[in-house]
Ligand binder design. Structure first.
Ligand code: RIB
Length: 297
């Protein structure tokens, strides 16, 4: 089964700080680094490293060679990436000494994905293939509709959550990959309790399957028939940027391989545990052999 990820590619401008800057305050960064990132690129990198057949579609600007090289190096197919006369997307990231981050994204070339691009790329895929989407490019709502009309399976990581999500026909989504904040927003409830979010999502989208990541509390897969819980692995956190993307990519790679959902969760959880011990979003994503070794230990 092929996976097509129509997703963002960003240059992550990462500022290591002792603590996040506060309103009206100026602080000095301890370090400045640039990494390859973007939820799309990170997830395709994870899929490739997890040995899935992954095709990345998206757009980069004149400064985008480093991003395309990163994906090629990981083993993703990049022939559907468009080069535009613009700058690539980028992210401004504060990374504090506990490894937590906050992120501002700037769309750049990620906002140049047109409906015609989506149609011509989907032409190359077949019913039963998976389309993976996040919410950092233009025309995500159209991509969901068009992929579904062609009989493809739709996996959606609605991140970041914003008003664009309201335009999407979420009933068409087969797999949601969510964190607690995204889960709560989609469920449309006040409670932050994972069980409440889970039950509300099942009622609202009865035909979908879900992965809900809960940070240190682990993760849960569920749909109307099954539920599996996975604890998180304890590691020394250096940088959480891209941890959710690593989880998403590894989980879907397992699904495409035909693994049971319990195994998919376990590998995804191990991969993201390794990723947070390293700096950089895509750079921190481990190869599958490392993940399997970690699980044997
Ligand atoms: O999920 C992490 C990613 O979010 C970063 O790599 C950044 O580019 C933003 O897209």
């Amino acid at each position: 089964m092929k996976i097509l990820n129509i997703g963002s590619l960003n240059i992550d401008k990462t500022y290591t700080v002792k603590r996040f800057v506060q309103p009206k305050e100026t602080i000095r960064a301890l370090k400045y680094e640039e990494f390859c990132g973007g939820k799309g690129l990170n997830q395709s990198t994870a899929l490739a490293k997890a040995e899935a057949e992954i095709y990345h579609a998206g757009a980069v600007g004149k400064d985008g060679k480093v991003l395309v090289d990163m994906l090629n190096g990981a083993g993703a197919c990049t022939e559907y990436i468009k080069w535009v006369d613009d700058v690539s997307g980028h992210a401004v990231i504060q990374l504090d000494e506990t490894g937590q981050n906050n992120i501002i994204i700037v769309g750049g070339a990620n906002e140049r994905i047109e409906k015609e691009d989506i149609c011509s790329i989907l032409e190359k895929f077949e019913a039963g293939d998976i389309v993976l989407l996040q919410n950092e490019i233009t025309n995500v709502d159209f991509a969901i509709e068009e992929a579904k009309r062609r009989g493809m399976l739709v996996a959606f990581n609605p991140s970041p959550i914003n008003e664009m999500i309201d335009r999407c026909d979420l009933k068409q989504v087969d797999y949601f990959i969510l964190n607690e904040v995204e889960g709560q927003a989609l469920a449309g409830i006040d409670s932050e309790e994972p069980e409440a979010i889970k039950e509300a999502l099942k009622v609202k989208f009865p035909d979908a399957s879900f992965v809900l990541t809960l940070g240190e509390k682990g993760s849960v897969f569920f749909n109307k028939e099954e539920v599996f819980y996975q604890n998180s692995f304890k590691v020394d956190v250096v940088d959480t940027t891209g941890a959710g993307d690593t989880f998403c990519g590894y989980f879907l790679a397992g699904v495409a391989r035909g693994n049971g959902y319990e195994d998919c969760l376990k590998e995804a959880s191990a991969a993201s545990a390794i990723a947070v011990t390293r700096k950089g979003a895509a750079a921190g994503i481990p190869e599958r052999k490392e993940v399997l070794k970690f699980l044997r230990q």
